[in-house]
Ligand binder design. Structure first.
Ligand SMILES: C[S@@+](CC[C@H](N)C(=O)[O-])C[C@H]1O[C@@H](n2cnc3c(N)ncnc32)[C@H](O)[C@@H]1O
Length: 211
């Protein structure tokens, strides 16, 4: 492991450093589908594991003020650079956090985690519980997870990853009575791989509202 880096940073940073700097600028298709149904006016949003910021940039373009967080300094720098290119710097705060150690301060109207998966052992449930604690009353926590792995996905040991079901992720949040689950389901979509190949994959979609 590289001295001074956390295990998560050590894993993710080289992946972004070696990636096309212009990659990952598109918003998540599920998030774009879900947002209109949330009935939220643009306010404060927090993106957990933002990567290069496709979701944060899209929300900022709609008037949201977004805190984009990722463990990779390169990813965070790319979010900030893309925000500057688009004249969105006043609406995006790009922060480097290893979310298993530090978090952004809330509260937020919308907290979301899209494909916040990692092979590095972290207490994801605890991170998502803390994220839920930062949602304002009336606000939403949106989790979009992989429910299946695409054929081209990284498989370090040749095995499909074990992915929690929507119900397992919801149970792991141990939410109290001040929440309503508006969505907790799976949905299929056709994904496009790095060589332009396509495959049907499953997403897990969880939408929770703080009441
Ligand atoms: C599969 S990628 C998803 C990126 C982006 N949300 C998307 O939908 O394209 C997972 C992201 O989580 C970030 N990540 C993993 N572990 C993390 C941690 N402990 N703290 C913060 N970010 C982390 C990675 O750097 C990576 O950008």
């Amino acid at each position: 492991m590289t001295a001074g880096l956390t295990p998560s940073e050590d894993f993710w940073e080289p992946r972004y450093r070696d990636a096309d700097p212009a990659a990952g600028r598109q918003p998540n298709a599920r998030l774009t589908e879900l947002l209109p149904g949330l009935s939220l006016s643009p306010g404060l949003a927090w993106d957990l594991g933002s990567g290069p910021g496709g979701d944060a940039l899209w929300l900022a373009s709609l008037g949201w003020h977004v805190t984009a967080t990722d463990v990779s300094g390169t990813a965070v720098s790319r979010v900030a650079a893309a925000a500057a290119e688009r004249g969105l710097s006043d609406r995006i705060s790009a922060e480097q956090h290893d979310l298993s150690r530090t978090r952004s301060e809330g509260p937020f109207d919308l907290v979301f985690a899209c494909y916040f998966h990692t092979p590095v052992p972290i207490d994801r449930d605890q991170i998502l519980r803390d994220a839920a604690d930062r949602v304002r009353p009336g606000g939403c926590l949106v989790i979009v997870d992989h429910g299946s792995a695409a054929p081209w996905s990284w498989r370090p040991d040749g095995q499909d990853p074990v992915l929690p079901t929507p119900a397992e992720t919801l149970a792991g949040l141990s939410l109290g009575p001040g929440w309503s689950a508006e969505r907790c389901e799976q949905a299929e979509r056709v994904a496009t791989g790095p060589e332009g190949q396509t495959a049907t994959v499953t997403d897990n979609i969880i939408v929770l509202r703080s009441t």
